[in-house]
Design a protein around this ligand. Structure first.
Ligand code: F6R
Length: 595
């Protein structure tokens, strides 16, 4: 959702900023730009398209101070004019912004009435002009500007008359700064300076900074200097190598067995679930799980596991809905916020809301330095390692595995059981295999040949097909839909014809025949049915089906963890067959830091 970066130091600013932009590209790749200080002016290089397009335009200069941006378009199409950095009318200030300014329309109208011109349709350009209007060269220019803004922002600004200084502000969008041996690094994600700085500072909401190589000065909204405590960088384990894989997505799906092993190791060695004991649980009468997209699906699965194993009232909600639905939440609620990145704006908003209502919050996140991890009362690490492909795969598998173990832990506590869930997951990790591309060929060809792709399933399988359907639409741009297999006759069947392919997932014995009924209802309307199951289904029951996919056998409660890689690879292979880049689907970004 846009990435911003800044650099001051002894090296070529463009080169350093480009390096950071490449690491931030997961946050958006609609356009990119860099502004550097050059004597008494600001030079801007920007272009639509990916970072590689910007790289081809850049020439090394002597500039040692600049800011940069990679954009995921919110206000205004991904055009050259809307590409950041944005300049003030007098070209004094250049600004890069991650976030959304909700009242930019009113501000823009006011500035226009005062004679300001606007080149872009963005909300950001008002910030550059508000800075100009302040007519000041100290932190108050930025503080006064921010006081007029409603919305979210991480801002990095340079002024042509203030050499080698970058002004920073943050509200509800992440922003980090590090200073090491005469160099300053600024970014939306500390991954940009992990190899360069031994510690970094995290700006909190309504905090400001003037960064220079001499010092980092932090301020509160009153302009008073404040002290921030740095965080050490060593604890991050980041791998950006694709190894022998064509895409990150392929690599990440294939990493699942290793991820599961690492996860068990981490949880077992520190007995991370031990704290959820009788005393802990006695405080709560319900568990609410929250997430967006794939993380929401992981939460749905977690809620089912908790209800099934521990018999505790558990439900999962979409963060953007929950925050505005006047939820019933109090100090007896345990709220689990599921987020790979830990930066999803709506999920953070629910965390804030839950805390304000006295609930206890748990962050189930893959990024331990994220805003969510810092905000929540407890952390359940996802331990999936860096996930770079925009479509979440290994993180989903790891999230539902943690929720499985968590639910088993609650069951042990409540029912006085001693089930060794580490051992169960360990066995799964040892046995699990990722399907080969060859085994998917038939299904991929059918998806490519069909106009409509549907997924049906019940209970656990309904959650899995929701995720399967999202994955396929996300990276292939095929219009897909998922339905509970028992609901077909209540509307869905009117869509089904000979141009449809229906994937029917059945992994629970007591629901097998029910899902088969749904599959036959679709078959009777001309659909090509692809049955996906670990059971040996008698031939008579699959007569007329186009294809049957045999899943690896595990216990029914583990099948949601093991079966999803088939659907993830189905999406991946279909995307490849369509000539697309599965790692960077159009219009999407990995980290959704705006509402
Ligand atoms: C889908 C996908 C998104 C994310 C969603 C939440 O493949 O990746 O739907 O799951 O944007 O992101 P996090 O988990 O970072 O909160």
């Amino acid at each position: 959702m846009c990435g911003i970066a800044g650099y001051i130091g002894k090296n070529c600013a463009e080169k350093q900023l480009l390096e950071s932009l490449k690491l931030l590209e997961y946050r958006g790749y609609d356009s990119a730009g860099i502004a550097v200080q050059d004597k008494n002016k600001i030079n801007i290089t920007k272009t639509t398209g990916k970072i590689i397009a910007l790289e081809n335009m850049l020439t090394s200069t002597k500039s040692i101070c600049g800011i940069a941006h990679t954009r995921w378009a919110t206000h205004g199409a991904p055009t050259y004019e809307n590409t950041h950095p944005h300049l003030s009318n007098d070209s004094t200030w250049a600004v890069v912004h991650n976030g959304i300014i909700e009242n930019y329309g009113t501000i823009k109208k006011d500035l226009i009435s005062k004679g300001y011109n606007f080149k872009s349709e963005t909300d950001t350009e008002v910030i550059a002009n508000l800075l100009q209007q302040q007519n000041s060269n100290d932190i108050h220019a930025l503080i006064n500007t921010c006081n007029m803004l409603i919305g979210s922002y991480a801002l990095a600004c340079i002024n042509k008359n203030i050499p080698n200084k970058i002004f920073l502000a943050r509200k509800k969008s992440p922003l980090y700064v590090a200073s090491e041996q005469g160099e300053v690094f600024i970014a939306s994600d500390p991954v940009c300076f992990l190899s360069k700085a031994s510690e970094y500072y995290t700006l909190a909401d309504n905090q400001y900074c003037i960064a220079s190589t001499k010092h980092l000065e932090f301020f509160n909204t009153s302009g008073q200097k404040i002290n921030l405590q740095p965080t050490k960088t060593e604890k991050f384990d980041i791998s950006y190598q694709k190894h022998n894989y064509k895409h990150y997505m392929e690599k990440e799906i294939n990493q699942v067995p290793a991820v599961l092993n690492n996860l068990i190791e981490t949880y077992k060695s520190a007995d991370l679930l031990k704290k959820f004991d009788k005393n802990y649980l006695a405080k709560f009468n319900k568990i609410v799980l929250i997430g967006c997209g794939t993380a929401y699906h992981a939460g749905l699965m977690g809620a089912r596991y908790i209800q099934e194993f521990a018999r505790i009232d558990a439900s999962c909600h979409i963060a953007s809905e929950y925050r505005y639905c006047n939820p019933i939440i109090d100090n007896k609620t345990l709220c689990i916020l599921v987020s790979q990145s830990g930066e999803t704006a709506d999920t953070l908003a629910v965390c804030e809301l839950a805390k304000a209502h006295g609930a206890t919050t748990v962050a189930l996140t893959n990024v331990l330095y994220s805003t969510l991890a810092r905000m929540a009362d407890e952390i359940l690490p996802v331990c999936a390692g860096t996930e770079i492909a925009v479509a979440s795969t290994k993180a989903y598998t790891a999230q539902i595995t943690v929720l499985y173990m968590f639910a088993k832990q609650l069951q042990n506590v409540i029912a006085n059981k001693k089930e060794n869930y580490y051992e169960i997951v360990h066995k799964l990790a040892k046995k699990i295999t990722i399907p080969s591309p060859k085994s998917l060929k038939k299904a991929v060809l059918e998806v490519l040949a069909s106009e409509k792709v549907f997924f049906i399933g019940r209970d656990y399988d309904y959650v899995s097909v929701k995720e399967a359907s999202l994955k396929l639409k996300e990276i292939t741009y095929i219009n897909t839909a998922e339905h509970p297999a028992g609901e077909l006759k209540h509307g869905f069947l009117s869509l089904v014809d000979k141009n449809s392919v229906v994937f029917a997932l059945a992994t629970q014995q007591h629901l097998l025949n029910k899902t088969l009924n749904g599959a036959h209802e679709a078959l009777a309307r001309g659909a090509k049915v692809i049955m996906v199951s670990q059971f040996n289904i008698p031939k008579e029951q699959t007569q007329g089906f186009y294809h049957t996919v045999k899943l690896q056998k595990f216990s029914e409660e583990l099948l949601p963890i093991s079966c999803i890689s088939f659907f993830q690879l189905l999406a991946y292979e279909t995307s490849l067959a369509k000539g697309l880049n599965p790692d960077q689907p159009r219009n999407l970004a990995k980290s959704v830091t705006v509402e």
